[in-house]
Design a protein around this ligand. Sequence first.
Ligand SMILES: [Zn+2]
Length: 64
Amino acid sequence: MSSSSQEHKSKLLVFTIEECPACGQKTKRAFQVGDFVTRDGGRCPKCGNTTKITMIYAELPPKA
Ligand SMILES: [Zn+2]
């Protein structure tokens, strides 16, 4: 049933989503070691509040 989904062990790109609890602004950035969900993120670019990490996920790199 699996035709061609997991044959390439190329490196995944891992991203961290930081969300501002005050204004809802979401920021996507590259994952950094030590990141985990619910951890404090950086400053919100919109309102300056401290953001929270709400999601960490991996993406396949775009095909070259
Ligand atoms: Zn904000």
